[in-house]
Design a protein around this ligand. Structure first.
Ligand SMILES: Cc1cc2nc3c(=O)[nH]c(=O)nc-3n(C[C@H](O)[C@H](O)[C@H](O)COP(=O)(O)O)c2cc1C
Length: 184
């Protein structure tokens, strides 16, 4: 099983990282992690190259996503202002090649069917609806299904850091077990 984790947190040792540590210590198979903050991934600049071509004009670490060599994709991010973090949204903007392929050129870019999961953290009560909606859209573009039980959250991290949130860590372990048993 090959898993791609897309990490939308700027904090190396923060709340999202704590839940990802839990996930990675229970997930079997090959894991690749992309950081929306640290890897070289530019935003879509609407250059419209993909109106004519089945690829992006920008060559950077987004190629890992474009290569589509995964059976599992995990989106992990803090909630910022009710949605995913800016660099995470910026990375997601690069999936525009799929939209233009389908709607402008009428030739969808094939995607490998996969299983998706979502991990969200929030300092307060999260108000995660926007983040979940964006994650669902992203997973759909990537060809991933998402079961509601595969969304793990740790909110109120201002008072209980995710590393001490036993319920959230148990939810993440549940995701790992389901993925180990079902995908690929
Ligand atoms: C710019 C900014 C916006 C934020 N917006 C929200 C929010 O809308 N809801 C929430 O619950 N927490 C919000 N937070 C708090 C973070 O989501 C929270 O601290 C999270 O646990 C950080 O995760 P990390 O350590 O993985 O980066 C915000 C934090 C920042 C810096």
């Amino acid at each position: 099983m090959k898993t791609l984790i897309i990490n939308g947190s700027p904090r190396l040792n923060g709340d999202t990282a704590a839940l990802l540590r839990e996930l990675k210590s229970h997930l079997t198979g090959e894991i690749t992690e992309l950081s929306a903050y640290r890897d070289d991934i530019s935003p879509c600049v609407d250059c419209r190259y993909c109106y004519e071509h089945a690829e992006c004009a920008i060559h950077d670490d987004m190629q890992t996503v474009y290569d589509d060599d995964f059976e599992v994709v995990v989106l992990a991010s803090p909630v910022y202002y009710g949605t995913l973090t800016g660099p995470m949204l910026s990375l997601i903007s690069r999936l525009q090649i799929h939209h233009t392929a389908k709607h402008m050129r009428g030739v969808p870019i094939p995607v490998r069917p996969k299983v998706g999961a979502v991990i969200l953290t929030g300092g307060g009560k999260g108000n995660p609806d926007g983040a979940v909606r964006m994650a669902r859209i992203t997973l759909r573009i990537l060809g991933a299904t998402l079961d509601d039980s595969d969304i793990a959250t740790s909110f109120n991290t201002d008072t209980l850091p995710a590393r001490d949130d036993e319920a959230a860590k148990a939810a993440v372990r549940g995701i790992a077990e389901r993925l180990n048993g079902g995908a690929g």
